[in-house]
Design a protein around this ligand. Sequence first.
Ligand code: DX5
Ligand code: ZN
Length: 221
Amino acid sequence: MRLPKAGTIEIAPSVLSADFARLADEIRQIESAGVSIVHLDVMDGHFVPNITIGPPVIAKLRKCTELIFDTHLMISDPAQYAERFIEAGADHITFHIEAADEPEKLIDRLHDLGVTAGICLNPDTPTEAIRSVAPLCDMVLVMTVHPGFGAQKFMLEAAKKIIQVREIVGPDIRIEVDGGIDSKTAPIVVSYGADTLVAGNAIFAKTDRIAAINAIRQACS
Ligand code: DX5
Ligand code: ZN
């Protein structure tokens, strides 16, 4: 599955706040809300101070859903592991500019391996760091919290970088935003130029996930 063409607003629920013992059921719920993307947070306990899931879990989830697997690698050596995530069923791989020695080379490799590629920048990383690689990507991910945990407070200053990223990449590349997105912050990042909204806590902390997704959609329309 490929990412939808840039421009449409897509909500990508992050399962980081879901019940990990019932992941397939949790994903079915967001599927019934009509989303096309699920955001999978991979943490290695080294690049970020938390550990989540790896290729074996993603491979099992692949058998449960057709949703686009937007795989957010918060790991120290993305080039070493990317291929294993693709074999497991990732459709899109995002890695961090802070973690990659040769980002251009990795983007080319991801494309050769048949997936779309994303570059991510942390709240403290200036937009300048991705100026040359962002146009080579299919999606740029702007973090609006320090990566590692769900349910943190949205950082408005970090979100403002979306405006600069949009100037760099033009209209044809998706801009995704991750961290503290809910029905209050989503319209702000959309007004800055984001079109792909990751939301974990705002969806999975609610009992009615469909209503939670619709609330974010409505707030942006
Ligand atoms: C944070 C992760 C996010 C996280 C967002 O490091 O990359 O995807 O799940 O969670 P919320 O939406 O709760 O801020
Ligand atoms: Zn994420």
